[in-house]
Design a protein around this ligand. Structure first.
Ligand code: HEC
Length: 285
């Protein structure tokens, strides 16, 4: 879009706008203020109505009194009078056409307005190719594309891991992924049970061994019949979900040796309290 300030260049040929250009608002104002002193009827804010006042001023300043002089004098005075009258009228022309531009009526283009200035008739201009909006450069491939420094899918998370991140990932996964993938990631969500193509379970070796960037990439761009979620799930949440998918996988496949003593204690306490139950898959009925 072109700003209003640039417009006078384009509208230089426009008679209504062009006439405004030579006079400044200040001089118009000063002339308007002078008027009452000169004895004309003052019509505030209406330049067009000042003509009678101007005429009486002309009569006085020119001293046009033909009956008091000889005929030659009268002719000469009439000429002087006529030329000064013309000069004054010229001065008044800017007033008549209005050295006035209200703020609510500035020359401007509305968005998507037709323009005769550009060949394609559009006011709105395309940004110069390669333009990047501030803060939208996204030059961090790891974070925005799930690509590591070697150009392959990233094997590490670009954001620090935390239990808050996993909690967020679980919440987002349950909202955006579980309808198809199921809340435990076995591919038996409600939409699948109603006939949508069944995705493969996340609990298989092939998907346990893919880099974490794989999940991010598929959430971003989609995969086969699954559409991408970039427009619905922001970058940070996509990584949180990827981390949670990893946690889901670990929940079904981790060796006791990999557990910390604290984890083991917690597990034993739970097993002693009640028989372990598989996590429920319901919740979307
Ligand atoms: C509307 C149902 C649906 C939703 C919602 C959905 N997916 Fe999928 N997903 C699928 C289907 C179907 C496939 C298999 C696509 C194919 O093979 O054509 C798939 C495939 C995948 C794969 C590839 C698995 C493989 O076999 O390599 C991953 C990873 C995945 N989805 C993750 C997610 C994540 C994470 C979310 C949530 C952000 C999600 N999906 C949401 C239906 C869905």
């Amino acid at each position: 879009m072109r700003s209003r300030r640039e417009r006078p260049i384009q509208s230089a040929g426009d008679p209504a706008r062009g006439a405004v250009a030579p006079c400044s608002d200040r001089s118009a104002l000063e002339m308007a203020e002078e008027q009452p002193r000169l004895g004309g009827p003052s019509v505030a804010g209406r330049p067009g109505r000042r003509a009678p006042a101007a005429r009486s001023v002309l009569a006085r300043t020119a001293g046009y009194r033909p009956e008091a002089r000889g005929p030659r004098d009268a002719v000469a005075r009439r000429r002087v009078s006529q030329s000064s009258r013309a000069a004054l009228l010229l001065l008044l022309v800017p007033l008549l056409v209005g050295c006035r531009q209200d703020m609510h009526d500035q020359p401007k283009y509305e968005p998507l307005e037709v323009s005769n200035f550009f060949g394609d008739g559009r006011t709105s201009r395309d940004p110069v190719s390669g333009t990047v909006a501030r803060g939208q450069l996204r030059d961090n491939d790891h974070l925005y594309r799930g690509i590591g420094p070697d150009g392959q899918l990233a094997t590490t998370m670009p954001v620090p891991m935390s239990s808050e991140l996993l909690g967020r990932g679980r919440e987002r996964f349950d909202i955006f992924c579980s309808p198809c993938h199921g809340r435990i990631g076995n591919g038996q969500g409600m939409i699948v049970r109603r006939g949508f193509k069944q995705p493969e379970s996340f609990h298989q070796n092939r998907l346990r061994e893919v880099p974490v960037g794989y999940f991010f990439e598929i959430m971003t761009n989609g995969f086969g019949q699954m559409s991408g979620y970039a427009s619905q799930v922001p970058v940070g949440d996509r990584w949180a979900i990827a981390a949670y998918v990893r946690a889901l996988q670990l929940s079904r496949n981790i060796s006791v040796a990999e557990l910390t003593p604290a984890d083991l204690k917690m597990l034993e306490a739970r097993e002693g309290a009640q028989p372990a139950e598989p996590p429920s898959e319901e919740g979307h009925e």
